[in-house]
Design a protein around this ligand. Sequence first.
Ligand SMILES: *[C@@H]1O[C@H](CO)[C@@H](O)[C@H](O)[C@H]1NC(C)=O
Ligand SMILES: *[C@@H]1O[C@H](CO)[C@@H](O)[C@H](O)[C@H]1NC(C)=O
Ligand SMILES: *[C@@H]1O[C@H](CO)[C@@H](O)[C@H](O)[C@H]1NC(C)=O
Length: 348
Amino acid sequence: MERSNGRVHHTCTLRLLLFTFYPIYCQASWMWLGLTSAGVAEQLGCADLPFTRAQKELCRKRPFLLPSIQAGARLGLAECQTQFKHERWNCTTSKDFNGSKDSKDFSVFGYELTSGTKEAAFIHAVMAAGLVHAITRACSQGAMAECGCDASLQGLGSPRQFLEGPPGNASSLRATSHALLAVNQHNSDAGRQAVDRTMLTECRCHGVSGSCAVRTCWRSLAPFERVGAALKERFENSVEVLRRSARQKVRRKDKVGRRGPLERDRLLYLHRSPNYCLEDLGRGILGTRGRQCSRTSRGADGCGLLCCGRGYNTRVVRRATRCACKFVWCCYVRCRRCESMTDIHTCK
Ligand SMILES: *[C@@H]1O[C@H](CO)[C@@H](O)[C@H](O)[C@H]1NC(C)=O
Ligand SMILES: *[C@@H]1O[C@H](CO)[C@@H](O)[C@H](O)[C@H]1NC(C)=O
Ligand SMILES: *[C@@H]1O[C@H](CO)[C@@H](O)[C@H](O)[C@H]1NC(C)=O
């Protein structure tokens, strides 16, 4: 029963965190922690971090959460870039845009985060999943003093109130649609769920000479790559939704699927994606010029798709490797130096 108790407590902390750390409607957000090096967040302090008021309050009251929140943001970001490294949109961050970042620039995904596309859906899901994964890990390793429910934190309000309340800038929030908030919340929730669904059950037998008369089982986190892969699959099967009215009710756009319920673990989006082919810095799109592609692949990384039909340049790169290595008695290895030529293709 010890364990189930522990689990209840973890769930409680997680719910609290998620409600507080649901992505908010501005381009600067807690996700920025994913781009910074360790210690920077602590140096800045809760008040100067790109947090909402509720997030700042949580940060002040529970500073021990900060390293896990940062670990979560990094986990989410790295997984996003791994999952999309062969796609036209490769999980571009503000680091890809401007080498020398303005220290006051807290944006991570820039325009993309609020675009309502399925790429944005993936960002919300994978970042929420990273957060849950990191906090759960820290809790289960006992790295944090408290992982339980805390009455003083309950006062932060229900998630609805939190989301609809102005996180510091009411005018910008009003200008954004409720449907987008609802969709982002749904996608963050789908991310949290993916962590839960991919959890593994491990058991150990007890009893005389492994008779397994008594068995103890527990759930453990799957490696985050598994969560990322599951979310990428959901991205591929994401559903376009319409808003019924200005309120946040959303429903499937395709007529066939409309009668069915909106499954909780689907990723949802409101707007079709741009093709990400050409540079559009205003919208944070780098374009695929200069990206390395595969001449033989028929997938997303193939030159045809990745270069959007513009064609590609080829250059030959000479690579030196150690080869034909032999063990020489006694005791060293002698190798020859081999050279090979490799063609590198990059989009025009
Ligand atoms: C990059 O930095 C330059 C100079 O600081 C600035 O003018 C430009 O708007 C920045 N671009 C983006 C996409 O942030
Ligand atoms: C709120 O957001 C709007 C639009 O993004 C901006 O023009 C305004 O300066 C912001 N106000 C504050 C107090 O940050
Ligand atoms: C994504 O693509 C851009 C070029 O469009 C490149 O500069 C950047 O390094 C790539 N990012 C990753 C994570 O591969």
